[in-house]
Ligand binder design. Sequence first.
Ligand code: IVH
Length: 734
Amino acid sequence: MTKSEAKNRLEKLKSEIDYHRYNYHVLDRETISAAALDSLKNELFRLENEWPDLITPDSPTQRVSGQPLAKFKKTTHSAPMISLFDAFNEEDMRSWEERNRNYLKSNHSNDSAVLSRRDLYYCELKLDGLAINLKYSHGLLVEGATRGDGKVGEEVTNNVKTISSIPLKLRVPSTEELKKIGLSSAVCQQILLLVSSGTIEIRGEAIMTKAVMAALNKKYIAAGRAPLANPRNGVAGSIRQLDSKITAERKLEFYAYDLLLTDSDSGRLLERGELIERRDQADKLANLLGFKALRQNTVAADLEAVFKFYREIEKYRSSLPFEIDGTVVKFNDLKMWPILGVVGKAPRYMMAYKFSAEQATTKILDIVWQVGRTGALTPTAVLEPVKVGGAIIGRSTLHNFDEINRLDLRLGDTVIIERSGDVIPKVISVLKNLRLGREKKVMPPSVCPMCGGRVVRVAGEVAYRCANSRCYAVNLRQIIHFVSKGAANLEGLGPKLIEQFLTSGLIKDAADLYSIRKSDLLSLDRYGETKADKIVAMINARRSLTLDRFIYGLGIRHVGEETAQLLADKFSDYLNLTKREKIFHLAITELIKYFQNIKLEDLENLPDVGPIVARSLSDFWHSNVSLKLLEKFENNGVDLSLNPLAEKNSGGALINIDKMALRGKIFVLTGTLNGLTRGEAKDKIKAKGGRVKESVTRDTAYVVVGTNPGSKKEQAEKLGVKIINEKEFLKIIN
Ligand code: IVH
């Protein structure tokens, strides 16, 4: 073969291979078998070996080439790669439009008419990957660069060349194709000139599909390596490889989102809008030049249309093959871009309208197990509350025990959690390097946390189950009874919500209702701020209960409203309190003591209480499960009173308690007090409506420090909780 024959054959081979690559990687169309394509590539490789001076930079063999680099070269961008302002809701978007309206009115009054164009905005997917600038000179890819600091990036040409959806040579569109996207004949000619002999820069996002990332993570886990937390890290790690072979293995893809043109004669970078008028045309042009198109991208007449687009994308986001973190809304009229300009770090003419998916790191405080409707035990992670995607989150589901094993999750671990929109937050990965060695392994429960029954694991099944088939139903019914009108009257907590709380692990019993925090609710599926606020406020407003309602709510077998009232009266007589004292907080321990010591015959002698009811009562007050539940009510700050002021069946509002000086304030005691015992101090706090807890949290109002205080004092200092000595405490309390 002569050199010119070889050259000819090489050109043919290259364009044939490129044709199939374009079909497969850009158009998702398979036009040749992998084996046949391999033979073509082999022939190309052999010929190039024979005629090394015929190797061109756009040859498919150049997609992986050269030795690993020691360091990336730096390259200055022809125009800065700036960042974007973020919007998270419709209100943010409206104020963005308003700002632009005002800006145009006062600075460019002639241009403010643009806001009433029928194609005002262009909506695009916001791909979650790595920004890349590709420079094509005379149609050939000459440089690929990362964003870097926005002005200077890293030159990663060899690595981007391994991405099959990036053309090494721009496709030359036909004039018809260019006309079809609305370009004038003159513009068509100039574009074709730029492709053949000018400079065109394409900016876009290099991405890793979910499938590739999952496969890679499987490999990592098998090799004992930490999996990638998100595709962005996957892409960055792949592109910023000094060895292009590794980049090639990662099978990245690329989508264009911007086009920069340089005038061939003067070498001047054209302003956006100078040659191509609209963003939708630029997007289509990139496709004609050989880049993958996102068929979702579309024009929108106004913000309402933008919101519709956003909602739709959010809906099928999970079925997309790659991760997106929102949409980008741009002025479609490219002439407006230089007019609106840049403010600070980002342009006025576009906005990232993001899903509130965010990640954050936090600690695993506890794992609680929940019995589901089928008896399956589901673990939920209790987290140190953390802000993710604009909301504070305190819990995250872990699905099953295998998930805990897969993540190798331990108590005390620092984890990455992710929340997208109103969807349940999930633990993405564990930051094992942050372990101190004190983290505890999580074990599956040995007995059912709800009924104490046996736990079984059916062979071949992932879930552990409670063997007691009635466990879930009985518990659910109990809680529904407790919140009912005649009992705690937690209005708005219908059976559906209770069931959701129960199956998501938020509550195990009725007492848990009083420790629900807003952050817990935001951790559930489809809970927004307003709904969460409403529920928490309602529960807080109904923390005070009269004893009769409380006893009735406990759901003791055979104890209806009247018996409950009778028992409450009996207890009241026993305490022999003054009217004023009756509205103060009752110690549940006192209540337990009383009912445990009461004789069976005394109970039986009560009107309407026979031996069966008496037995049921006695069983209740002596069962460990009930005692634990009662203790939890006390710790969760349920205010019990023998309210003589409230009318029977009036809803049990306790007006006076609300006026008490220390209402709801949480105290923690540490060290020894001189003038009074701990028990006396606790009683004094409770008598003023305050609550006493064992551990210091941000919710603690005061830490009372006596002599030889423990670590609670340090904890208070760390959290900035007010520390008081005995003297100050007495002043507050008296
Ligand atoms: S336009 C001024 N369009 O999002 C920057 N960016 O958060 C212009 N991104 O660095 C970018 N999809 O890497 C634009 N359709 C899209 C995008 C997109 C993803 C990335 C881009 C940018 C980052 C900003």
